[in-house]
Design a protein around this ligand. Structure first.
Ligand SMILES: C[S@@+](CC[C@H](N)C(=O)[O-])C[C@H]1O[C@@H](n2cnc3c(N)ncnc32)[C@H](O)[C@@H]1O
Length: 309
């Protein structure tokens, strides 16, 4: 049996039982949110999330020959960029459709279907692990970071991005439209449990990395203006992408129409250049080292095999 086959079987065993000790109601909702959304995500919000990719790869020291894992790979933006740097790219996503999208986007990479906070890789497998806007989608962020540290070799780097809270006006635009239309979060879509949450600030995320055992943890804010035509910006949520997409669609056709009308009014608050909305966003980029170079890692866990391509 190859290592890759074993990894797939381990993943399938977890999927068969459905729930693991590390899985929360938030995680179950996330599986539902992303299922069947790979194409809609690639067409819309993937372009927004792409902004942080060069800085994320820099923060993880990804260059030629780096053995890097792109966790929560989505439609493959980070994997494509890492491959263009000459890195040896591995990828994983909890959603099979997303894993397939990355496989199509990056020749030679076969992503694992695997979910944080339990990944099918041995300790110290990677030189670098990166997660672009993924940590904000896991039910146990601290356990997820500890897992990323575990699979990174001593001296290797872990880098992640999340949205800052409070968000910038571009981030809250569609949520405000949904609110104006009286739409509310569906009951099956729980917020993160308070005991698992952390302040979405540079200090809060750096402290989480530190608590997860990452050394020299640092975190900075990155603000930028995303330019997008109003229909495309709306289309991501209308097609059900992300929690906001679920809120938007919770009120049926009428709710959607009411929210669209509110959205059109709110768009007037934003600058428009060449027909494109100028949407301010602010995110957090954090990174740290798995352990000191040359120090022993955690040794072999014997849990699951190392990744193969
Ligand atoms: C906002 S998208 C980001 C995708 C990609 N990193 C990018 O930059 O475009 C979040 C991704 O995280 C994945 N995801 C959510 N929870 C996950 C988990 N617990 N483990 C692994 N992937 C997860 C989703 O399936 C989705 O593809």
């Amino acid at each position: 049996m190859t290592e890759a086959t074993e990894a797939t079987e381990a993943t399938e065993a977890t999927e068969a039982t459905g729930v693991t000790g590390a899985t929360t109601p938030f995680d179950h909702a996330e599986r539902r949110i992303w299922s069947g959304k790979a194409e809609a995500y690639a067409d819309t919000y993937a372009q927004l999330c792409a902004h942080l990719v060069p800085a994320l790869l820099d923060a993880a020291d990804v260059g030629p020959g780096t053995r890097v894992l792109d966790v929560g790979c989505g439609s493959g933006t980070v994997s494509v960029a890492a491959a263009a740097r000459g890195a040896s790219v591995y990828a994983a996503d909890a959603d099979p459709g997303m894993a397939a999208a990355t496989r199509r986007a990056v020749p030679g990479v076969t992503p694992h279907i695997a979910r944080l906070p339990e990944l099918p890789y041995a300790n110290d497998t990677f030189d670098a692990v990166v997660g672009n806007f993924v940590l904000n989608h896991v039910g146990r962020p601290l356990a997820a970071l500890a897992e990323l540290r575990r699979i990174t070799r001593p001296g290797g780097r872990v880098a992640v991005t999340i949205w800052r809270s409070p968000g910038a006006p571009g981030q809250t635009l569609i949520g405000r439209a949904a609110q104006a239309a009286g739409l509310i979060r569906p009951t099956w879509l729980p917020a993160l449990a308070p005991q698992d949450d952390f302040p979405r600030t540079p200090e809060g995320l750096a402290a989480l990395l530190d608590t997860a055992g990452l050394l020299g943890a640092r975190c900075s804010e990155v603000a930028w203006k995303h330019r997008c035509d109003p229909d495309t910006w709306w289309a991501g949520a209308e097609r059900g992408v992300g929690a906001i997409g679920q809120v938007l669609n919770s009120g049926g056709t009428e709710g959607l129409a009411a929210a669209r009308s509110a959205y059109d009014d709110l768009c007037a608050e934003f600058h428009v250049r060449d027909g494109l909305l100028v949407l301010p966003h602010v995110a957090l980029l954090a990174s740290g080292r798995a352990s000191e170079a040359g120090s022993p890692g955690e040794g072999s866990s014997g849990r699951l095999p190392a990744a193969t391509k």
